[in-house]
Ligand binder design. Sequence first.
Ligand SMILES: [Mg+2]
Length: 163
Amino acid sequence: MIIAIDFDGTCVTHEFPRVGRDIGAAPVLKRLVAAGHKLILWTMRSDVEEPRSDHPDIHAVGGKYLTDAVEWFAKNEIPLWGINGNPEQHTWTHSPKAYAQLYIDDAALGCPLIYPTGEDRPYANWGAIEQLLEGRRILKRTGGVLSEANNGTLMGTAYTSPE
Ligand SMILES: [Mg+2]
C-alpha cells in the first residue's frame, strides 16, 4: 500500500521551522516499511532560498526545511519511497496531489490526536494510529509496539483508545 505521511504534528510535534520532538511515529513507520508499504513524505516543508510573504502566519525566512524532514527519516532509518510526490503517477496524471491509498496527517479528520497541556497544538497519537492500522489489517495485529512497550503512555499523556 502507498501511504502518504505528513511531517509537522504527525511525525514530530509542531515546532516549525525546527524539527519537533519525537512522538512515537518512528517505530510504527518502521513496521509499515517492514510490512512492505511504500511511504511518501507529504509535507508543506520545502527548501526555501528567498521566501516572500507578508502574511503574518507565514515563516518568511529561508532554510532547508524539507531537507530537515528527509534527514529525520534517514536518521530513524525509515526509507522513503517518495518525497512530496508519488514517483510513478506522472504516467497517468498531472495532478499535484500525491496519489496514496492512505494519508496520515494530524490535520486530517479522524486522525487520533494528543492534546498536550501547556502546548497550543495537538499532535498525532501513534499508539492509537497503530491500533487503527492493525484494525484495518494494514499492519498485523500485535497489540502494537507502542501500546505494548509503553502501556500507551509513551508521550507521558493518557492514551485514549478509539471507539
Ligand atoms: Mg501537520
